[in-house]
Design a binder for this molecule. Structure first.
Ligand SMILES: Cc1ncc(COP(=O)(O)O)c(C=O)c1O
Length: 403
């Protein structure tokens, strides 16, 4: 039976595109039904109904003053190819349902892994799953019993240890937010050491030359990993090439729609075997944590083809430059106290006055700044995820609030 819901309706698709381009500012007032509607509105009416709610109410991550979180705007080539993905609905679990997409993922991983000294890996929905996959491989291949990381490591590391039945030993971070290497135990023979390249709160990069000191070294480069593709900043991650595994969130500084990430391995074949299951209805082994999963490599491939390495690096360098500009302005303002240098585009600062950071945040434009707590102190946090930010505009808001 021919069902128009499953065939392209150019007028409907155009309506959806026009809604996106012409999105209203501010959420509409139309409430959603409390219960599952008995009968449908039809697709075009749904576009009109949802436009003010979904599009109007959303935060714009590419807005000139958006500088608050590790969430970048996404390029239009990724919007377009994500729509292709939604239409095709390929499932990478089955080679016959995704004859091209599996090869595309392998190709993208082949392009990116050497930047980190890794020889392969696979895509994940982000670094939470990438960190879990890495520690799973470490447990299977090296028999690790415990995970050591700084207490500034992302919560997904403790979560992964918990899920895998591994002990978790957090080591205090130093005053710059880096793992304090003096506090590491001498014997790491049954441990996975997790180092962070770009901590969530402060953007600190642990001493990556510690790679190789433990039975397995995993580097959580969820945020700062893409600095590897910048000629100017790649050296900040030197040492990463000696890790056993690396996690990168492509939906952060690779500018991808969520959920998109990578787990990369130095020696991929045994690592993939260690985290694979097969048999029954599967024509190919199921590698990693996910069962059915989509072709998130397609928008990543499209973005990398559109920009090339230099185009990616230019955007990351630009974002780093904006963070540095903001750091210098904050540093020379008597009303602001900085936490530390600009290591990976994350700046922490607080007003020198008695005003608390959360109270101060309320004076700043929504979406421009966030708050994080380190050792009991609240800091304002700006994150250079948005290469389109206008620091003059952001600074005008900060100066006004500091006055
Ligand atoms: C350092 C670090 N690791 C891991 C994660 C988790 O990554 P994801 O949100 O991609 O699952 C984050 C998220 O912000 C992070 O900052």
């Amino acid at each position: 039976m021919k069902d128009p819901s499953f065939t392209a309706d150019p007028a409907g698709l155009r309506l959806a595109l026009e809604a996106l381009l012409d999105a209203p500012d501010g959420a509409g007032s139309q409430a959603l039904p409390d219960t599952l509607p008995e009968s449908g509105l039809g697709e075009k009416a749904v576009i009109e109904r949802l436009k003010p709610i979904v599009l109007g109410g959303a935060r714009r991550l590419g807005a000139p003053d958006a500088f608050a979180h590790m969430d970048p705007p996404t390029p239009w080539i990724a919007w377009a190819t994500t729509q292709w993905n939604a239409a095709l609905n390929q499932n990478l679990l089955h080679p016959d349902v995704a004859p091209i997409a599996r090869g595309i993922e392998a190709r993208v991983v082949d392009w990116l892994a050497p930047g980190f000294g890794m020889d392969g890996g696979h895509m994940t929905p982000g670094s939470t799953v990438a960190n879990l996959t890495a520690l799973w491989a470490a447990r299977e291949l090296r028999g690790v019993r415990a995970v050591i990381a700084s207490d500034a490591a992302h919560l997904s590391v403790a979560k992964a240890a918990h899920l895998l039945g591994l002990a978790f030993h957090p080591i205090p971070a130093d005053t710059c937010g880096r793992l304090n290497r003096d506090r590491l135990p001498d014997d790491l023979g049954n441990c996975a050491l997790v180092l962070t390249a770009g901590t969530t709160s402060a953007g600190a990069i642990d001493d990556l030359s510690l790679s190789g000191r433990a039975a397995w070294t995993h580097i959580d480069a969820a945020w700062a990993g893409p600095l590897r593709f910048s000629t100017r900043h790649a050296a900040r991650l030197d040492g990463i090439q000696n890790a056993d595994s690396v996690a990168v969130s492509a939906h952060k500084w690779l500018f991808q729609p969520k959920e998109s990430g990578l787990i990369l391995f130095r020696d991929t074949e045994p690592a993939h075997q260690a985290v694979s299951f097969g048999g029954a209805y599967l024509a190919a082994p199921n590698v990693g944590l996910l069962g059915s999963h989509g072709a998130v490599a397609v928008p990543l491939l499209a973005t990398l083809l559109a920009w090339g390495r230099t185009g990616l690096a230019e955007r990351i360098d630009r974002a780093m430059g904006l963070a540095e500009d903001l750091r210098q302005r904050l540093d020379s303002h008597p009303g602001a106290v900085l936490f530390g240098p600009n290591v990976s585009g994350v700046l922490l600062w607080r007003p020198a006055s008695e005003v608390s950071a959360p109270d101060f945040l309320a004076r700043l434009p929504a979406g421009s700044t966030s708050v994080t707590r380190i050792d009991g102190v609240d800091w304002l946090r700006n994150v250079a995820a948005n290469p389109c930010a206008d620091i003059d505009l952001l600074w005008a808001g900060i100066e006004r609030a500091l006055a």
